[in-house]
Ligand binder design. Structure first.
Ligand SMILES: NC(=O)c1ccc[n+]([C@@H]2O[C@H](COP(=O)([O-])OP(=O)(O)OC[C@H]3O[C@@H](n4cnc5c(N)ncnc54)[C@H](OP(=O)(O)O)[C@@H]3O)[C@@H](O)[C@H]2O)c1
Length: 269
């Protein structure tokens, strides 16, 4: 059964103005769903929507919204009441990189607000409404970073652990109400956020995946309903298995921290 037949006509991607979110919006449009694209940058969203309209025979809607704003719940509820969202992806995140004590508290709280609080509110509103209809899919973009603590990205990684664990619990709980929940935990992806923050030679060593490849794997797994957690990329799955089995947690924290330090050198903590 197609995603559209199983879940409904409309998809929503939160954080869809570039990179992975844009790839999600285009992939869902390619699967025949109309798409609501949500983010803060109207111009970028309009471009994504125009691209979708010219390449796919679907409808699009641009919603300019800060996912940390108090109206997140009411805006999501209103959109769902009007359109009946079938597939919703929470892709947005905020990820300042640097020593914990040098990242301003205000930024750390923003990480919490975008990556965890916004995602929780969004899951509550859309999960409740989908469960009421007895169908729908929630996709929570997490990260391999959420499996282990690491220097320089401690707060980001902690919020991604929250996303993964929340999503896995919801997979079990909402699955019984007809709502499929899937957590996607990728390794490095060549998105604008990453290319802006990472020197090209160091990025190459992280073996980044392309956004379209990450989304293709995730959509395949959503079609198969094989949640709760998807790790795109054979190498990422292999390294997660090997590291998880062979190394102590202490050694793994050191390993990942040193890798981050090497990548973002000069910011050593
Ligand atoms: N890139 C990687 O290497 C990587 C690796 C593992 C996991 N991930 C996960 O994959 C997801 C996407 O990553 P990414 O690198 O493509 O980009 P990102 O920087 O995490 O997110 C970018 C998108 O989120 C939107 N956004 C950010 N803050 C927002 C806010 N407060 N309200 C509304 N929209 C907001 C941005 O649009 P506006 O600026 O227009 O609002 C943009 O569309 C994230 O969840 C990330 O944790 C990424």
């Amino acid at each position: 059964m197609s995603l559209k037949d199983r879940y409904g006509d409309w998809a929503l991607v939160a954080g869809a103005s570039e990179g992975l979110g844009k790839a999600w919006a285009r992939a869902l449009a390619g699967a025949g769903l109309n798409v609501v694209v949500v983010a803060m940058d109207r111009e970028a969203l309009e471009q994504v929507a125009a691209g979708i309209r010219s390449d796919f025979a679907v409808d699009t809607r641009v919603e300019v919204l800060d996912l940390t704003a108090p109206e997140l719940a009411s805006r999501m509820a209103a959109l769902d009441a009007e359109l009946g969202i079938g597939v919703a992806v929470y892709n947005a995140s905020f990820s300042p990189i640097g020593p914990f004590l040098e990242v301003p508290l205000e930024d750390k709280l923003k990480v919490l607000d975008v990556n965890a609080r916004g995602l929780l509110i969004w899951s509550d509103v859309l999960g409740r409404r989908m469960a009421g209809r007895g169908r729908g899919a929630l996709v929570l973009m997490s990260s391999l970073a959420g499996f282990i603590g690491s220097a320089l990205v401690a707060t980001y990684a902690a919020t991604k652990a929250f996303d993964t664990v929340l999503g896995e619990g919801l997979w079990e709980e909402l699955g019984r109400r007809g709502v499929d929940v899937m957590v996607v935990a990728p390794g490095t992806i060549r998105t604008p956020t990453i290319t802006k923050s990472t020197p090209a030679d160091k990025l190459a060593k992280l073996l980044p995946m392309e956004p379209e490849d990450v989304v293709r794997e995730a959509v395949d797994r959503l079609e198969l309903r094989s949640g709760p957690t998807v790790i795109p990329g054979r190498f990422n799955r292999w390294s997660r298995q090997v590291v998880g089995r062979l190394l102590s947690r202490r050694a793994t924290v050191r390993l990942f921290s040193n890798r981050i330090r090497r990548t973002y050198g000069g910011q050593g903590a």
